[in-house]
Design a protein around this ligand. Structure first.
Ligand SMILES: [Zn+2]
Length: 303
């Protein structure tokens, strides 16, 4: 693959990038510092790929989940996290980090975002959901959590649109710690009590099946047959919504809107600290795994 402009080994160079980016936030002229770190002022050999990525970010027409989507901005927070880069999608440093990812995963090394590269990201993210991996291994659907393991949410933790009552006790504690941290760390989340409220937690499999039948929406039968919500460890969190669309609307415009908000971005960067892993297709859906290799993978993204 083409090498970087500098002689640093990849991990060292990445560390320097992150350090410099962090330092850049603390001093005057931070935009210029960030530009320097991310290569905007010296594009070098990744300049062309950076420009292609800047265009495809909103211009790419593709169907990663069956329906047509324009651009890949929705997936940017998770991708930046995976690449361990704070740099924007239109920067040479982002293109270079993407090229290194492509190299590690035997993809065509272009430094440009494409569908094949996304499928590898998606595979990595799905592999960190134990619930999904159990299904892949052909294991039986896990037992629904029993009532005695479930704890009640408090009123201010429940979202008005869809009252939900219960989470497994350990997950409830992790959720509370996570919400408190988000409110401490992000003023915008602290200012809006609706953000991070729960609109679905433990779901009774029998009730799920009835809802699936009544709404004629069985999420490809999975909701009815075996939803992760039955375990009491899956939680749907309010991360914003588009006026007129639901809090769990999977339309591309809805998911793009959610992914732009400070709540989702904070979750992508921090939920692993509390034992939660994401589901790429639903910005609101998080699964608790506890401190395991799955969450550890988000602390130290793929190399
Ligand atoms: Zn969910």
């Amino acid at each position: 693959m083409p090498g970087g402009e500098q002689g640093f080994a990849a991990p060292m160079r990445r560390t320097l990038l992150l350090l410099a980016a962090t330092a850049g936030l603390a001093v005057a002229g931070q935009t210029r510092a960030q530009d320097d770190v991310c290569g905007a002022s010296h594009p070098g050999m990744w300049g062309g790929s950076a420009e292609t990525n800047a265009n495809s970010l909103w211009g790419l027409t593709w169907s990663p989940f069956g329906t047509i989507e324009y651009g890949w901005e929705t997936y940017l927070p998770l991708i930046q996290r995976e690449l361990a880069t704070p740099c924007g999608p239109g920067t040479p440093a982002f293109a270079e980090a993407l090229a290194r990812f492509q190299e590690r995963h035997d993809l065509t090394i272009t430094g440009q975002f494409d569908g094949a590269t996304f499928q590898v990201f998606r595979g990595l993210w799905q592999e960190r959901r134990p619930f999904i991996m159990a299904r892949v291994r052909g294991e039986a659907c896990p037992e629904a959590a029993s009532q005695r393991d479930l704890g009640y949410l408090q009123l201010d933790e429940e979202h008005a649109d869809r009252i939900t009552r219960l989470l497994r006790f350990d997950v409830l504690h992790a959720y509370r710690a996570m919400r408190a941290a988000a409110r401490r760390e992000v003023p915008e989340i602290a200012a809006d009590p609706e953000l991070l409220q729960v609109f679905s937690g433990w779901r009774d499999p029998a009730a799920d099946a009835a809802r699936c039948e009544a709404e004629k929406n069985c999420d490809g039968q999975r909701r009815a047959v075996c939803s992760p919500h039955r375990t009491g460890t899956a939680v749907d969190l309010y991360v914003g919504h588009v006026q007129g669309l639901g809090v769990d609307s999977t339309s591309p415009v809805s998911r793009q809107h959610m992914s732009r908000g400070p709540t989702y971005r904070w979750l992508v960067a921090n939920a692993h600290r509390f034992g939660f892993v994401p589901y790429v297709f639903e910005p609101w859906h998080w699964e608790w795994t506890g401190p395991t290799p799955e969450t550890e993978a988000y602390s130290h993204p793929s190399d």
